[in-house]
Design a protein around this ligand. Structure first.
Ligand SMILES: CC(C)(COP(=O)(O)OP(=O)(O)OC[C@H]1O[C@@H](n2cnc3c(N)ncnc32)[C@H](O)[C@@H]1OP(=O)(O)O)[C@@H](O)C(=O)NCCC(=O)NCCS
Length: 168
């Protein structure tokens, strides 16, 4: 079955919460948020967050009714930074990996950012996260630098690679 890519809206809050908490539990090194922080957010607050107006958007990959992947776009609010979008929350259920779902989600984010007239997309990915780095490189992102000790997970510091993709 081919995944359907569409916006995750307030009505999807419960499915989003389950997939997001699974992502944070399984890959604490891959995300800036922690399971402890997000497990405490209730559904009403998530519904409000998922109702954020465009150009912010969170795309989901659905197999039938089941949410199996996601990728978000957050656009800077300040006047001189409104051309910049940040890609966040990229995750695919382990059982569905290797089938092009993340690539479809990133394509949706890029298309949406381009349609909104943004000039650049940026993201941060933990150094050593080879699947994610290859995914982003294949989508046209290039590495611009390294942020040393960007994350602290338990007693480990992790460096992040900063990547950008210019938009036409
Ligand atoms: C990274 C992740 C989103 C990829 O999802 P996916 O649906 O399996 O990826 P796709 O099938 O769409 O693969 C697209 C491209 O990504 C790269 N890629 C994906 N998985 C890979 C792997 N295990 N090893 C190497 N490259 C990989 C490849 O370039 C691939 O293109 P190709 O199949 O033509 O070679 C998924 O592994 C995941 O959720 N990881 C844990 C969370 C995470 O690290 N998120 C990123 C936070 S910055």
């Amino acid at each position: 079955m081919t995944a359907c890519i569409r916006r995750i809206g307030p009505e999807d809050a419960a499915a989003f919460r389950a997939l997001r908490l699974a992502a944070l539990a399984a890959h604490p090194e891959a995300f800036g948020s922690s399971l402890e922080e997000e497990a405490g957010i209730d559904l009403a607050a998530l519904r409000a967050r998922l109702a954020a107006p465009p150009p912010d958007v969170l795309f989901g990959a659905f197999l039938g009714e089941t949410l199996v992947g996601m990728a978000g776009l957050a656009v800077a609010a300040r006047v001189k930074q409104r051309h910049k979008g940040t890609v966040w929350g990229v995750y695919v259920d382990p059982a569905q990996r290797g089938a092009g779902i993340a690539q479809a989600l990133i394509t949706a984010v890029i298309d949406s950012a381009q349609a909104a007239g943004l000039g650049v997309l940026q993201l941060a990915v933990t150094v050593g996260n080879v699947p994610a780095i290859r995914l982003y490189e294949a989508a046209g992102f290039v590495r611009t630098g390294i942020e040393p000790r960007a994350l602290r997970v338990g007693d480990r510091f992790l460096d992040e690679a900063l990547m950008v993709r210019l938009l036409d």
